[in-house]
Design a protein around this ligand. Structure first.
Ligand code: S3P
Length: 168
């Protein structure tokens, strides 16, 4: 029992967009840890950060991730920070589902991460904060991934095809 495929990568890398398209092609459900967190808490990710703090968000995220990894057959997109805890790393390395890392450069992501109030970690100096997070997380994303897709110069359709190839 596990997801059909798991998408990881930084904010703005296209996990949700690509994940939805892959799920549509395969006619299987799409799941997204942020969306599950918002449904179960009844709050937006931004409000959880603001009202309860990042530690509380991470605790909820950890539980949601654990449950989602046990659920069968969906395309699962993880929030950018969801794979980073030691527990999450171990679980993702052990799982049979292919883990695909959507790798994107700061130059390509910059236009997407401007002033987006749904990304509480990027409220001030979004590019600088994105880059700092990415420098710390890139080695972890790489070490967990079964496949890295460099999404910089690819269309959505090309990225979706590469994911589908892995699943064929
Ligand atoms: C976060 C990424 C966000 C969301 C939260 C924290 C992160 O998800 O979980 O704002 O720590 O990188 P997306 O990667 O889907 O934007």
């Amino acid at each position: 029992m596990a997801p059909r495929v798991i998408l990881i990568g930084p904010m703005g890398s296209g996990k949700t967009t690509v994940g939805k398209l892959v799920a549509e092609k395969l006619q299987i459900p799409f799941r997204d840890t942020d969306q599950v967190i918002e449904e179960t808490t009844g709050k937006s990710v931004s409000d959880i950060f603001l009202e309860d703090g990042e530690d509380e968000f991470r605790a909820i995220e950890k539980k949601v991730l654990k449950d989602e990894l046990l659920a069968d057959g969906a395309v699962l997109a993880l929030g950018g920070g969801a794979p980073i805890s030691i527990d999450a790393q171990s679980a993702l390395r052990a799982i049979a589902s292919p883990v695909i890392y959507l790798d994107i450069s700061l130059a390509a992501v910059a236009p997407r991460i401007g002033f987006n109030r749904d990304r509480p970690l990027l409220l001030h100096n979004p590019r600088g904060q994105w880059q700092t997070l990415m420098e710390a997380r890139r080695p972890i994303y790489e070490s967990i991934a079964d496949l890295v897709i460099d999404v910089n110069d690819k269309t959505e359709a090309e990225i979706v095809s590469l994911v589908l190839e892995v699943l064929a």
